[in-house]
Design a protein around this ligand. Structure first.
Ligand code: GLN
Length: 538
């Protein structure tokens, strides 16, 4: 079968959840036996989000091949359980960079290089490149931004051209918003009509409309939208707010989004999707036996999107443990010795989050100390591990000025130091230690019990590392390195065997947790927190 292409555009406003709709549709198609991948095209000029502040963009998601990407790729992987790569996230910056590199090489043979056809050709090349791997029956391409934005125009034009070239192997889904005007007591479809007009002006007729709404649409409204927008009535799909994003695939199946799309692509719809495992997860997720509180100590807590993969990992791990994890976001800048007991009161587990730079770092170290001294389950991720190392050096080894070279270049006790490979790097974007690296686990450790194996691979995004000059001293005093990179001996996991559950990793386990395969470190941490809460309550 030819690879089929599905385009997802958005209108009216941003934040409508195009990524979740794309991932949900992909899940439904996958559960019907098709192999699916999802790609996100981001219309900004940055090459990737690597240098973006989390407040701008939320979390950076890192793929196995070391691409720093939009957080929607996290949703794609969590829904599908299929790895993505650099090819799944392309920005305008990357498109232009490729075109300009070609121009400098002389590839354009003296032609004037223009948005059409050169930029649009490069966009099209990046879309069909995924299809030409022959690995996928379906490629879903989500166009970031909102129709009508100047920066989205070349993408819409590329979709127009591809729609023409691909014919029946292509379908366009447009996601819009139907606002409820309270004063009139009415839902309004006008913004949808205008947004479709905008697409039409750019030469793209959507085949399917997905209408996000907070109130149910009646049949008349769907018929009206269909009439005004040249779309079949059954191709107008209602999408109500869902209590959890993981419910959306089921809701979209009920609304027959998968059927409609498959009919447009002339695919066989006789087989029902197999969603048994997904429903099993949802049942566990919706019927927790109890609630436990876990603290996420970080500095971007006003913007939970900055920790998206972590919070989703707790959803997966909570369901696996039949508990609801009530994640409490604690601003590390506000934590100090005098209030830490109060701020972390009632927590069954403490997670210290990844991050960069000095803001809030002392609060994170204080939170580690509180967890270590009070035998409360602790889990550190990346900077969280580095904080655990600094705290141990200060409070157990007695190096009161211990720090990471990132925070204090002058301290004589850099227990966390810049990696050798990072010392000559000048550019900031895409130059960290990125992507998946192997890790060997020491037998007989908590890490081995958690993973059930001694060979693992985890994803990274950092510049600093545990300073091995101090390793023997740490181990002699009770903090061991239970996981190491076999090639360069970078410490990947530390733990305190005398503690009930104290483990931290230099890598980002949250990037590998999926709905159907929760990450073992998260499930073990939640299990430890659950056991701890039961002990405390007895
Ligand atoms: N800032 C630290 C480093 O670069 C930790 C990075 C992180 O938490 N992702 O090593």
């Amino acid at each position: 079968m030819n690879t089929k292409y599905i385009f997802v555009t958005g209108g009216v406003t941003s934040s409508l959840g195009k990524g979740i709709i794309a991932a949900s549709l992909a899940k439904l198609l996958q559960s019907r036996g098709l192999s699916v991948t999802i790609q996100k095209l981001d219309p900004y000029i940055n090459i990737d989000p690597d240098t973006l502040n989390p407040y701008e963009h939320g979390e950076c998601y890192v793929t196995v091949d070391g691409a720093v990407t939009d957080l929607d790729l996290g949703h794609y992987e969590r829904f599908l359980g299929v790895e993505t790569s650099q090819a799944n996230n392309i920005t305008t910056g990357r498109i232009y960079q490729n075109v300009i590199n070609k121009e400098r090489r002389g590839d354009y043979l003296g032609k004037t290089v223009q948005i059409i056809p050169h930029i649009t050709d490069e966009i099209k090349r990046n879309i069909v490149a995924l299809g030409s791997t022959k690995k996928y029956d379906i490629v879903i391409t989500e166009i970031g931004g909102t129709v009508g934005d100047i920066e989205s125009l070349p993408y819409i034009e590329a979709v127009r051209q591809l729609k023409w070239e691909l014919g029946d192997d292509c379908v366009c889904i447009h996601l819009t918003y139907v606002p409820y005007v309270a004063a009139a007591g009415e839902l309004k479809t006008k913004p949808t009509q205008h947004s479709v007009k905008h697409l039409l002006q750019n030469g793209v007729q959507p085949d399917v409309l997905v209408l996000r709404t907070e109130h149910p649409l009646n049949d008349g409204m769907k018929a009206k939208v269909a009439l005004f927008c040249n779309v079949a009535k059954d191709s107008v799909i209602e999408c109500m707010d869902a209590p959890t994003i993981y419910e959306v695939p089921l809701m979209m199946h009920e609304e027959e989004l998968d059927m409609v799309v498959m009919r447009h692509l002339h695919l066989d719809t006789s087989k029902e999707p197999d969603l048994a495992e997904w429903k099993c997860f949802l049942a566990r997720f919706k019927n927790p036996k109890k609630t436990i509180k876990i603290a996420l100590v970080g500095k971007y807590v006003e913007l939970p999107d900055a920790y998206k993969s972590i919070s989703e990992s707790f959803v997966h791990a909570g369901a696996a443990n039949e508990v609801k994890v009530d994640l409490q976001y604690i601003q590390s800048e506000n934590v100090d010795e005098s209030n830490v007991a109060e701020k972390l009161a009632g927590m069954s587990g403490i997670l210290v989050a990844p991050g960069f730079g000095g803001r809030g770092i002392e609060g994170k170290i204080t939170a580690v100390k509180y967890a270590r001294e009070n035998n409360i389950p602790f889990f550190g991720i990346c900077l969280g591990m580095q904080c655990a190392v600094i705290e141990f050096a200060r409070d157990v080894l007695g190096y009161t000025d211990a720090n990471s070279a990132e925070m204090d270049t002058k301290t004589p006790h850099k227990v966390v130091d810049l990696m050798e490979s990072q010392k000559n790097i000048t550019g900031m974007g895409g130059t960290m230690r990125l992507g998946a690296y192997p890790c060997e686990i020491k037998p007989g450790t908590l890490a081995e019990r958690v993973y059930g194996t001694t060979h693992i691979s985890e994803r990274h995004r950092h510049r600093y590392e545990f300073n091995n000059d101090y390793l023997a001293e740490f181990e002699a005093n009770g903090m061991i390195a239970s996981g190491m990179n076999p090639d360069n001996h970078l410490v990947e996991i530390v733990e305190i065997p005398s503690h009930r559950f104290f483990i931290a990793g230099q890598f980002h386990p949250e990037l590998q947790s999926t709905v159907l395969k929760p990450h073992k470190l998260f499930t073990a941490f939640v299990a430890a927190a659950k056991a701890f809460s039961e002990e405390v309550n007895e």
